[in-house]
Write a protein that binds this ligand. Structure first.
Ligand code: FE
Length: 249
């Protein structure tokens, strides 16, 4: 398998490029509209064809590149069926492998950050989205988030995978790139094995995080598989810089 971890600095998002060496087909997990051209360049430089984009959930902090990639290179849009996005070409369900050439990703429904959130497992790699971050996790106070559900998703689903499984999160804000299931079980200060559900709920209820600054634009845009709002306030315009830098006509 061809594998690249790509970073989008504005939202600190990791986009993952997975390519099948036999068929030349590729998928981008959680591509961001602002870094779409950079990601496509990588795909093409590696001699791959982008067959799919695949999102872990409806993001609140950036606009997915899914729709623009489809317009530009004809890739199909894969997204959790749970969210019933009319713009999606493929609905992801747990128990149904998602195939890209000879690669077969195992989708794992991992609600809690959002109710429709999925992680994807392939070989020794786990793409955890925002369900499990390195020594952290996604917030649970928006988009039908639920701390009980997230605890269950991580402890009863993700933590049952082998300790050596590599954890590739959708974000990191401290320049870390990868962890393992074993390391998160030991070191995650919210969800580690020494934490109880009650402790986790107390931690999540006490985070006091600010209202997400882009959520009111991102969620409706991502429910359409990645539409940039036409009238963005100046301080948010760079979230859709791709669109203003290269007008789509
Ligand atoms: Fe998220």
């Amino acid at each position: 398998m061809i594998f690249r971890q790509l970073f989008e600095p504005l939202s600190s998002t990791y986009t993952y490029l997975l390519g099948c060496e036999e068929t030349g087909q590729a998928v981008l997990i959680d591509p961001v509209i602002a870094s779409m051209d950079r990601d496509l360049e990588q795909v093409h430089r590696l001699g791959l064809t982008l067959a799919f984009s695949l999102d872990t959930h409806i993001h609140a902090d950036h606009i997915t590149a899914a729709l623009e990639l489809k317009h530009k290179v004809g890739s199909q849009i894969a997204a959790p069926a749970f969210d019933r996005l009319v713009c999606a070409d493929v609905g992801i369900e747990e128990g149904v492998p998602f195939k890209v050439g000879s690669l077969a990703l195992q989708p794992l429904h991992t609600p809690g950050h959002t109710d429709g959130h999925f992680a994807y497992f392939l070989g020794d790699r786990l793409f955890t989205g925002d369900a499990l971050l390195i020594e952290g996790c996604g917030r649970t106070d928006f988009q039908n988030g639920n701390a009980d559900a997230l605890f269950k998703s991580v402890r009863e689903k993700l933590f049952t995978l082998l300790d050596d499984t590599l954890v590739y999160p959708a974000h990191d804000y401290k320049d870390r790139r990868v962890s393992t299931i074993g390391q998160e079980k030991k070191r995650n200060p919210r969800l580690g094995e020494d934490k109880t559900l009650e402790e986790f709920k107390t931690i999540m209820a006490g985070l006091n995080l600010p209202y997400p600054k882009f959520i009111d634009h991102a969620v409706p845009g991502n429910q359409q598989c990645g539409v940039c709002p036409s009238h963005l306030p100046d301080d948010l315009a760079r979230y859709c810089a791709q669109m203003t830098d290269s007008p789509q006509g």
